[in-house]
Design a protein around this ligand. Structure first.
Ligand code: GLC
Length: 571
């Protein structure tokens, strides 16, 4: 890749790399592409995606038109949970590359106008982290143990259930073989929770933020952002805990942590963004994290989990926009990520909603319907106000891979559920780049097989195949992202609903941009007086197919004669 820095990159007088400082609100409307590094592209042929592979494919991301990439954890880690078990934040896992390569990647991406967001995991560390190893070695009552949640007890300290299923405490063994203290891990036993009441923890994470901001990252995605603080009394979870009363979720003390993180971000040029992973059903609590001195944005999981019906999607959008308005934060639109079922598969099912508790093997899906809906959803989300996240492979319409042999499954969620939950491997299968080759071009030909097996029949889904195909999912994404970038109405323009009748979801952006999604089972005519900009399915006699979205622009003549909300009536 190019060594020369484009004018979009700047280096501060101290030689520190920084994203450009000319667009302080980039994060309000950015298109952010999520790179699950392990599965993106394998540069060195060891079967695992890496920084070298990502650097080789930056041109693809620039062509796709994304403003930023969010890279899932790439630090030193035993990979007990795909890297969400960090043993050293200041080093890169050798399977993925080196710190110099990370730095070069950030620089090269900036050269192409792409900012880099990294993933910070503040709820827990790896059990291989030197702090935890020191805590185990130092024994009960030691200051080293105070950085975690070690408890002396004959019984398990609480009966909290892990988000992965199962218990949240593991008992240590003393050097003489007798049972020792318990330690807390909301996720796997290899991910001990840190104690946010301890000053070392606060100081260390603040130092990690600075370490990466100094290396030019434009933002941080905050993992499990609502879980860090625990009630030190360690009570059981009440049946309906009141706001802020849950012992390990959404505790009020969290806001102080994020206020100090925001203050750090604000000291850097180039508008460094904090993005929260907040799974909170209570939107009034969710929105408190987006107050002006806290996080910039947070993932909108309500929308992501929403079933594919017109009233429910409308309600979710209305609620989202109304909730964000008072705090002045932009909404985010997310169709999937590395934890959830791929949209093509989910949207083809009878139950199109998403919930972790509902995941099971062998749920039938209608692949064609899923593809159509995923295309319609792509255009719908790209037209909404706020920032847009695209999980790698969704732009190719990859389905969830549901037939990975059981002995190849890797995800601890599968194992911790006792094997009933299929886990999250199905959305993490390495990307197909070429129609042929031993791993569809994921790695060099003849390289070690990918860490998760790819299914047969992915040739036509490969990047190279879809590039040649004007109606492919990739071509649709590319055109949508380009149009969105070019059209000021799709950035910060106003939003208003159109009342188009049952099963039709329509809205206006700015003065003349219209988006209509057809949730009915019939073809529907489009309102006259508009130019068709882009559709997710070809129009048939000018009509929009079921499960399709159309982008329209009012022609000047129509705009002069018909108010926008009356156009439909003229049919
Ligand atoms: C977040 C991540 C997920 C990880 C978990 C524990 O939910 O997205 O992949 O397993 O946190 O770190």
């Amino acid at each position: 890749m190019t060594d020369a820095l484009s004018p979009q990159t700047q280096t501060t007088p101290g030689g520190v790399l920084s994203p450009p400082d000319d667009d302080p609100t980039w994060w309000r409307r950015a298109v952010i592409y999520q790179v699950y590094l392990r599965s993106f592209a394998d540069g060195d042929g060891d079967g695992t995606g890496d920084i070298a592979g990502l650097r080789q494919r930056l041109g693809y991301l620039a062509e796709l038109g994304v403003d930023a990439i969010w890279i899932t954890p790439w630090y030193m880690s035993p990979l007990a949970d795909g890297g969400y078990d960090v043993s050293d934040y200041r080093a890169i896992n050798p399977e993925f590359g080196t710190i110099d390569e990370a730095q070069e990647l950030i620089r090269e991406a900036l050269g192409l106008g792409i900012r880099t967001i990294i993933d910070i995991v503040p709820n827990h560390l790896s059990d291989a982290h030197p702090w935890f190893q020191a805590a185990l070695a130092a024994g009960p009552g030691s200051p080293e143990r105070e950085r975690f949640w070690f408890i002396e007890s004959d019984e398990i300290p609480t009966h909290w259930t892990s988000p992965f299923g199962g218990r949240t405490w593991t008992r240590t063994t003393n050097p003489d073989g007798t049972p020792g203290e318990w330690y807390l891990h909301l996720f796997t036993p290899e991910q001990p929770d840190v104690n946010w009441g301890h000053p070392d923890v606060r100081a260390e994470y603040e130092s990690v933020l600075r370490f990466w901001f100094d290396r030019g990252v434009a933002g941080v995605r905050i993992d499990s952002a609502a879980l860090l603080v625990k009630d030190p009394q360690l009570p059981e979870v009440a049946e309906n805990p009141g706001p802020g009363q849950h012992p390990w979720q959404d505790r009020d003390e969290l806001h102080d942590i994020y206020t100090s993180w925001r203050a750090i971000a604000n000291t850097y040029p180039g508008a460094r963004a904090l993005v929260g992973e907040l799974w909170l059903p209570d939107v009034s609590r969710f929105i408190r994290y987006l107050r002006p001195n806290e996080l910039h944005t947070a993932f909108n999981f309500d929308f992501m989990a929403c079933p594919w019906t017109e009233p429910e999607i409308r309600e979710s959008i209305t609620m989202t926009l109304a909730a964000h308005e008072p705090v002045g934060a932009p909404a985010t639109w997310v169709l999937s990520n590395h934890d959830v079922t791929r949209p093509v598969t989910r949207l083809g099912r009878v139950d199109t909603s998403f919930a972790f508790e509902k995941k099971q093997f062998n749920v039938p899906t209608d692949a064609q319907k899923g593809q159509r809906r995923a295309r319609a959803a792509a255009l719908l989300t790209a037209a909404l106000p706020g920032s847009l996240y695209i999980y790698q492979g969704d732009e190719l319409g990859l389905p969830e891979v549901e037939n990975i042999p059981r002995n190849k499954l890797n995800d601890p969620m599968h194992y911790q559920s006792g094997g009933t939950d299929p886990g999250r491997d199905g959305c993490r299968v390495p990307l197909p780049w070429e129609p042929d080759g031993s791993s569809y071009g994921f790695g060099p030909d003849g390289a070690t097989e990918p860490w998760l097996p790819q299914p047969h029949g992915w040739s036509s889904l490969s990047v190279a195949s879809q590039k040649r195909e004007p109606h492919s999912m990739l071509s649709l994404y590319k055109r949508a992202i380009r149009l969105r970038a070019e059209d000021p109405s799709l950035r910060d323009g106003d939003f208003g609903w159109l009342e188009l009748g049952e099963g039709l979801l329509g809205f206006v952006r700015g003065t003349d941009f219209i988006c209509i999604t057809n949730f009915t089972a019939q073809h529907v005519p489009l309102p006259a007086g508009n130019a068709v900009v882009l559709t997710s399915e070809e129009l048939v006699d000018g009509e929009l197919a079921p499960d399709a979205t159309a982008w329209l622009r009012r022609t000047t003549a129509a705009a002069a004669t018909t108010p926008i909300d009356r156009m439909w009536e003229r049919q």
